[in-house]
Design a binder for this molecule. Structure first.
Ligand SMILES: Nc1ncnc2c1ncn2[C@@H]1O[C@H](COP(=O)(O)OP(=O)(O)OP(=O)(O)O)[C@@H](O)[C@H]1O
Length: 467
């Protein structure tokens, strides 16, 4: 296909096919919210461009749906290599398509040639490494909850392969583990353009490994991963119970470390809590630096909301931001999603939003969030009642098994139902250290597998706490 945006009239059928593919790849809600109002502008220099109604759409699509969009577009338009998302109004509306909808003039949005070439080369490296363009150090808000992890990642980005190797980052969902890990990749690619940085999820690693075995080209797979300078692997808990993948991972890992190449791993729990993971892998994961990420405190949640509103160029009242930060405490992804919903509503409805409106708009999310917040106090009380021990024994130093075991169960439940860090949990149980909490969780976890009665008791306590 020849370049030029005049093609908008002739390729609208193509865009419809792209939309059909997108409907299969993303949820209906996501499609309606982000792609329904998008317009196809055409292809120029292998780059396909779509226009969206606002910055929020642009940022959200680029951050969350670029791989799906690219796949859908390249599946229909064979000469497209990359897809760019531009904002309709900002790029200047100069034309009208057949159906009367305005078509932005994207040439006005282009940077100078030299800057564009440099930017494009970096973009290509970022894309080839599998990194999300938005996950940089600059866009990460550092708080007390992430200070240590952030410092460790910066140190690794400055001096990869020596020092903290592997870097093992763990913590609950949506707390920024992937973001920080990818920021290392960005920084390295920016400073050392030739570095071979690879980011992938552990699930992808496993699937590619299985495919390589099936196709009989395991050597190619090994060459790719064992020759990287920096390997960033997300969600290693996925290895649990997968013996052959663990074996492969073990050797990949050893080769990289022996060659002083950097490995960074993320996980939803400490390595020793991953069930059915070979001890030799656990000890490898633990031989570098392990850092925990915790949920952000109120002031960090506010700082994140303010930064995101600024980056997305949306104006939301301070009172609304405070409301969101107070209500959504456990997961930055949810916090971000809530702000996005508020901002989209405000931009589409053309009115500013009040706290009352937001309360209504997000009632499901707020209710769900509240149900997640079980306190350690409530757990101690419920466990003490269930095992018929004194509440004071949850924090006492008494050691008889009839008391120590219920206490361990309460620690186990605190670990799985609250966002408390190991340190915070230990503190709540009479100032015990994090090793005691890990030991308790391990012991109860093992017993649950052997004793169906215990499993039932724990499920009962849990459902009582959730009521
Ligand atoms: N401190 C922060 N500053 C800015 N954005 C953040 C911060 N923490 C998290 N985010 C954003 O929240 C979203 C979720 O973060 P991320 O995917 O890194 O979480 P995660 O800990 O890897 O979650 P999961 O374990 O569920 O994969 C991302 O969009 C990320 O950019």
């Amino acid at each position: 296909m020849e370049g030029g945006f005049g093609e908008i009239l002739t390729t609208s059928g193509g865009w419809e096919s792209v939309c059909e593919s997108l409907r299969v790849m993303v949820s209906n809600d996501a499609f309606q919210r982000w792609f329904r109002a998008a317009r196809w502008l055409g292809v120029e220099d292998d780059i396909g461009t779509i226009a969206v109604p606002g910055e929020i759409h642009q940022v959200w699509i680029e951050t969350n749906y670029l791989p799906e969009l690219t796949m859908a577009v390249t599946g229909v338009f064979e000469d497209v290599r990359e897809v760019r998302v531009v904002v309709g109004e900002e790029s200047g509306v100069t034309d009208h398509s057949e159906d009367g909808s305005p078509t932005p003039n994207i040439s006005q949005a282009r940077p100078t040639k030299a800057a564009a070439l440099e930017g494009e080369a970096l973009d290509r490296r970022i894309k080839a490494a599998g990194l999300n363009p938005a996950h940089t150090f600059a866009s990460f808000v550092v708080g007390a909850n992430s200070q240590f992890a952030h410092a460790a990642c910066e140190a690794v980005a400055k001096k990869s392969g020596v020092g903290y190797n592997p870097l093992f980052i763990y913590g609950g969902p949506g707390l920024g583990k992937t973001h920080l890990m990818q920021a290392i990749g960005h920084e390295l690619l920016r400073r050392q353009p030739g570095s071979r940085v690879i980011y992938l999820t552990c699930e992808k690693f496993t699937n590619e490994f299985i495919d390589a075995v099936r196709r009989g080209d395991i050597e190619k797979f090994r060459r790719r991963y064992r020759s990287s300078d920096v390997l960033l692997i997300d969600d290693v808990q996925f290895l649990a119970g997968k013996e052959r993948s663990q074996e492969e991972f073990f050797h990949t890992f050893n080769t990289l470390l022996d060659g002083r190449n950097q490995v960074v791993l993320t996980c939803d729990r400490p390595a020793c809590e991953i069930k059915s993971l070979e001890p030799r892998l656990i000890s490898r994961f633990e031989c570098g630096l392990t850092v925990e990420m915790q949920p952000p405190q109120m002031e960090t949640r506010m700082a994140i909301l303010k930064k995101k509103s600024h980056d997305w160029k949306v104006r939301v009242d301070e009172s609304v931001l405070t409301f969101l930060a107070e209500k959504i405490r456990t997961n930055v992804r949810r916090l971000e999603g809530a702000l996005m919903r508020v901002a989209t509503y405000a931009s589409l409805a053309g009115e500013s939003v009040t706290v009352e409106k937001v309360e209504h708009l997000l009632k499901d999310l707020i209710r769900e969030e509240a149900s997640r917040q079980v306190s350690i106090d409530a757990i101690q009380k419920a466990v003490a009642e269930h095992f018929d021990v004194r509440l004071a024994d949850m924090t006492s130093r008494r050691r008889p098994a009839s008391i120590a075991f219920p206490r361990q169960v309460a620690m186990y439940l605190s670990r799985s139902l609250t966002k408390g860090s190991l340190m915070e949990i230990g503190e709540a149980f009479g100032g015990r250290d994090h090793g005691t909490v890990i030991h308790a969780c391990k012991k109860v976890g093992e017993k649950i597998d052997d004793e169906p009665g215990l499993k039932e008791s724990i499920a009962r306590i849990e459902s009582q706490l959730r009521r």
